[in-house]
Ligand binder design. Structure first.
Ligand code: 5RP
Length: 225
């Protein structure tokens, strides 16, 4: 089955989590574009959406779903997003689409983070996908130097200014063995807005689509067992 079909099938499963009067957080990217397209049948029961990017907001507005922001509602009932990579602890790399900061803010303020993925994104060690960091432009030289010290190869993402007016550095060659430690370390560098590691805030429920099945991983249940 083609990757795009796999993405669509995990999106369809995620529709099970939409309940009446829900405030839903919506991420960004190609998987989320499919998800937004598939929620039109629920558009009248969704109270509002909080979106992580202009692109997703535009699509939601076309469905006439009211758009809130976090300062209006404080939290969302669920947050639906995808990621670039996920490991077995449900830690993720996100930010391929440059919307990582808003994605982190919305996900931490959500009762449940539901991650929808195709099976190609499940890996053992995070880092094959270049790790994005949003930084303020004037800190570029300093931050690149620090990233080299920790073993990464930083590369400036050309022609991208984030919706917050910042730039993105992608770190190549990182094998992320301790994701929480690395997330804290990079986030503590002056000039960093946020790193695209989601290991402190991570997915509660992961919907992974394979060629012939959908696998649901509930991280809270995994911890109990
Ligand atoms: C955007 C993201 C996306 O979730 C991630 O890049 C995956 O994108 P896609 O669904 O296109 O594979 O983090 O900032």
């Amino acid at each position: 089955m083609k990757k795009e079909k796999l993405k669509k099938s995990s999106c369809l499963y995620a529709l099970n989590y939409i309940k009446e009067n829900i405030i839903i957080g919506i991420g960004s990217g190609s998987t989320l574009n499919y998800f937004i397209n598939s929620i039109y049948i629920f558009k009248n029961i969704i109270k509002a959406a909080i979106s992580s990017s202009k692109n997703s907001t535009l699509k939601l507005k076309k469905l006439n779903i009211p758009i809130f922001n976090l300062n209006m509602t404080k939290k969302t009932d669920i947050y639906i997003d995808s990621s670039d990579e996920i490991n077995k602890k449900m830690q993720m790399i996100k930010g391929g689409g440059s919307a990582l900061t808003k994605e982190k803010i919305i996900s931490i303020n959500s009762d449940k983070f539901i991650c929808i993925l195709d099976c190609t994104k499940k890996i053992n060690i995070l880092g094959n996908f270049p790790l994005p960091i949003e930084i303020i432009p004037s800190s570029k030289y300093f931050i690149e130097k620090q990233l080299i010290k920790i073993g990464g190869i930083p590369k400036y993402r050309k022609n991208i200014i984030t919706e917050n007016g910042n730039i993105i550095i992608d770190i190549y060659n990182m094998r992320v063995k301790n994701s929480i430690k690395l997330e804290k370390k990079i986030n503590s560098l002056p000039g960093v807005i946020t790193v695209g590691l989601f290991s402190i805030i991570k997915s509660n429920i992961t919907i992974l689509s394979f060629k012939k099945k959908i696998k649901i991983i509930n991280y809270e249940l995994l911890n109990i067992i």
